[in-house]
Design a protein around this ligand. Structure first.
Ligand code: NAP
Length: 284
């Protein structure tokens, strides 16, 4: 049966994508390695393909959302990709996206890569974002349908851009979680309420600190690390106090130590007057 969109991979995320596209009124074909996961979607009106290759043939837009790129390649191997747009929403690396794009285009298909900045429950709801990169023509053609899933943000023709930005977003997220976890351990060391501290003090503070990062981004773009906020020498002393306090409270400072080491190195190199933004020079 000819449908609009095929979804290969019906884990938590693939099932949410398929369910949302069905609700938006699209004709959808689904396929999953373990067939049972297709049943709830069949009950919602999806066509179920017997093989991945059949699912690819069913629709001009083929969305893949599985564990990794090796699984993506494995399930598309032998399918007729000519004239199809393959949109890979599987999490991976820029190099993998570029390799997969070359392989798909070599077989006559168009390739889009995507990075989902949402959990399954957010798909189709306000606040969900999906980053895209790859064939501009394919993105233009499919953007109206993709808007049903999440706000689409197209980053450019290089297919590696969506995973690069996705991983950069996750890097920011893990940094935030690392800061939260260290702060929570410190508060818990005095048996104070972490929940109350987080809600009434930490989150408003993090919002205020997040607001100074765009100007830091401008400084990094310009390579100009002058500061009127707090220089690296002041940050070096603060981080030394933090490390000592963590140890005195019986808390491991492990999550802070890599940042402290980079600050120490930059200051030792004679750059104590610079802004925190200068640390990016040590990372390059
Ligand atoms: P999941 O629930 O664990 O589902 C994994 C899917 O991959 C299943 O459909 C599984 O098939 C399939 N699979 C694994 N190995 C395979 C193989 N060799 N051949 C064919 N199919 C294979 O994972 P998920 O949460 O849906 O995540 C899927 C992708 O979305 C991942 O790249 C993830 O990083 C990304 N993502 C997820 C979230 C999230 O919050 N869940 C958010 C953003 C991005 P079986 O059912 O047969 O095992």
């Amino acid at each position: 049966m000819a449908t609009d969109i095929s979804i290969l991979g019906l884990g938590l995320m693939g099932s949410a994508l398929a369910g949302t596209l069905l609700k938006a009124g699209h004709r959808v074909t689904v396929w999953n390695r373990s067939a049972a996961k297709a049943e709830p979607l069949a009950a919602q009106g999806a066509a179920v393909a017997g093989t991945a290759a059949e699912a690819v043939l069913a629709s001009p837009l083929v969305i893949v959302c599985v564990l990794d790129y090796a699984a993506t390649r494995q399930l598309l191997d032998g399918a007729d990709l000519a004239g199809r747009t393959v949109l890979n929403l599987t999490n991976g690396r820029p190099a993998e996206a570029r390799e997969t794009a070359a392989w798909v285009t070599g077989l006559g298909g168009d390739y889009l890569d995507g990075g989902i900045m949402a959990v399954p429950q957010m798909i189709g709801a306000p606040g969900a974002l999906i980053l895209y990169s790859g064939s501009p023509a394919a993105f233009d053609r499919h953007e109206p349908a993709l808007t049903a899933l999440a706000e689409p943000r197209y980053l450019g023709e290089d297919p590696g851009l969506a995973p690069l930005y996705d991983l950069a977003m996750l890097t920011g997220m893990y940094g935030q979680f690392a800061g939260f976890l260290g702060a929570a351990a410190l508060i818990a060391s005095e048996r104070r309420s972490v929940a109350e501290f987080t809600e009434s003090l930490l989150v408003p503070w993090l919002h205020a600190m997040a607001a100074i990062t765009p100007p830091m981004g401008t400084q990094i773009d310009a390579g100009d690390h002058a500061t009127d906020v707090a220089n690296l020498e002041v940050n070096r002393v603060a981080l030394a106090n933090l490390e000592t306090t963590f140890r005195e409270q019986g808390v491991r400072p492990d999550l802070l130590l890599p940042l402290k080491a980079i600050v120490d190195r930059r200051v030792a190199g004679g750059h104590g007057a610079e802004d925190l933004s200068a640390l990016v020079e040590e990372l390059r």
